[in-house]
Design a protein around this ligand. Structure first.
Ligand code: SAH
Length: 466
């Protein structure tokens, strides 16, 4: 998969409304950092190419919130609390203690293999594993890049559905980008995942099993250390799920503790989770939250991870964002904004037809007010589409209007997807965009995503077998 070689820009017939109003009736302006004059650049409009974007009866991009009626995966101990597991064991006529032992095997030793469970009676092991640890994710393929510090896993689920997760080792943390749905119903034209619509929600245990399997691979020594170039890059770019303030905080040190090896060579299990794989996590709210509980609950209830290291990213499902704010969990929240103006966001993020950019930003601000956790705004920079200086200004104006110090903007260069006519912004345009936001008092960090060579970067996960 490679970026489209011949992007076909479609200059818009009229200048963007806010843009011309804001820049003095379209008068040419030069950005502070000497960026290209905005008015000399066209306004490309989003357009799906190479695939047909499904439309609803009113001719708008189709949105799928509910999952199709399909068979659900078998129940696994990671779907249940420890109390529920114990009760289930008793129902089966087994001692409740066995549920706890199985939980230790799964959450602490990352094993579902009855052979290794020597503390369990040999005659009942198989039955216990069958009941509580049915196979959920079968590895189909694994691709490595960055000298082995990044691994993309392709998993087959019980019904043949496929999902991907991406494991990345940095100097002081290991981040796993996980999927929450098979496919996605949000239909964003620049993202590969949405191109086949939503197959189904993943169960809580399927979500959690991505982490357990990643931990198993790490424990087996299969994830290499980042090379010098990666480490240098890491210093330059704040990484997902670990904002700069978090990295320095005491909580972060505490979060790292359980995950670090005593030899000081960095963590030996996944320390950070980003819900930035396939799917819209807030459209699968109940199962995702149940999975998050399993991630943070201490073993043997769950994995004992720090909630602060878990990032939930959303297209902007406003009621769900507000609900999330009230969960009383200090997880990190990220909003995929990608455009501050509704004119463009309506086309780029189809869910904007339900909740407008301002409502989504209000909800993000509510998240901050309720949790005290600084939120992230994600912004994929797309050449001549959303990278104009006036948009940086409008974004800063909208964020600053709500307050200071509550938000951090994370622009990233657009990653190529099949059929995309668009490309990433030019480096100097990206720099100018970042500088403009910074000069207006908005903390901004340009970051690059890992895994592009293996189609493992943001928006590239499509889970195809070939
Ligand atoms: N559905 C959620 C999470 C999955 S996508 C969401 O939309 O937030 C994770 C991030 O990758 C989102 O910010 C998404 O907009 C971004 N993304 C999607 N396609 C991309 C692409 N081609 N290049 C860069 N980022 C992309």
């Amino acid at each position: 998969m490679s970026p489209s070689k011949n992007p076909r820009p479609e200059p818009s017939s009229s200048a963007p409304k806010q843009g011309s109003a804001r820049s003095g009736a379209g008068a040419p302006r030069t950005a502070a950092a000497g960026a290209p004059v905005d008015s000399a650049r066209p306004q490309i409009r989003p357009k799906a190419e190479g695939w047909q974007q499904p439309m609803d009866a009113e001719g708008r991009p189709k949105l799928q919130f509910a999952q199709p009626k399909v068979k659900q995966p078998p129940k696994h101990l990671a779907d249940m609390t420890l109390d529920e597991r114990t009760a289930r064991a008793k129902e089966l006529g087994i001692s409740g203690f066995r549920a706890k032992q199985l939980s230790v095997h799964y959450f602490r030793h990352y094993t579902s293999d009855p052979e290794k469970m020597t503390d369990l009676p040999a005659e009942t092991r198989e039955q216990l594993v069958e009941e509580f640890l049915p196979p959920l994710l079968t590895e189909v393929r694994r691709l490595k890049t960055d000298d082995g510090a990044t691994i993309k896993f392709l998993w087959r689920l019980f019904d043949g559905a496929m999902v991907e997760s991406v494991l990345m080792r940095y100097r002081s943390r290991i981040t796993l980008c996980i999927s929450s749905q098979c496919g996605c119903g949000m239909n964003c034209p620049f993202c590969a995942t949405g191109q086949n619509g939503l197959t189904r929600n993943m169960s809580s245990a399927e979500i959690v099993d991505q982490i357990v399997q990643a931990n198993r691979a790490i424990a087996a020594g299969e994830l290499d250390a980042p090379n010098a170039a990666e480490i240098a890059d890491e210093a330059d770019h704040a990484a997902l799920g670990e904002e700069t303030d978090f990295a320095e905080s005491e909580e972060s040190a505490a979060a790292g503790k359980g995950a670090s090896s005593s030899s000081g060579v960095g963590p030996q299990r996944v320390s950070n989770i980003v819900f930035m794989g396939m799917g819209e996590p807030l459209a699968n709210y109940k199962r995702v939250m149940n999975a998050v509980r399993r991630m943070v609950d201490p073993a043997p209830e769950g994995l004992g991870m720090s909630a602060r290291g878990i990032t939930i990213s959303t297209v902007g499902l406003v009621p769900a964002i507000r609900k999330l704010a009230e969960e009383n969990l200090p997880i990190t929240f990220a909003l995929s904004l990608h455009a501050p103006d509704d004119e463009l966001r309506d086309e780029l993020i189809p869910v904007n037809s339900r909740w407008k950019a301002d409502e989504a930003i209000d909800a993000a601000y509510y998240y901050y007010k309720t949790t005290g956790r600084r939120v992230s705004i994600e912004y994929a920079l797309i050449k001549d589409m959303n990278d104009h200086q006036w948009r940086a200004e409008l974004l800063a104006e909208k964020l600053n209007a709500r307050g200071r110090g509550w938000v951090h903007v994370n622009p990233i260069p657009l990653n190529p997807t099949p059929g995309s006519i668009w490309t990433s912004s030019e480096p100097e345009v990206m720099r100018a965009f970042v500088n403009r936001l910074e000069s207006l008092g908005v903390p901004t960090t340009l970051r690059d995503t890992r895994g592009k060579e293996i189609d493992g970067a943001c928006g590239q996960l499509a889970a195809a077998e070939e």
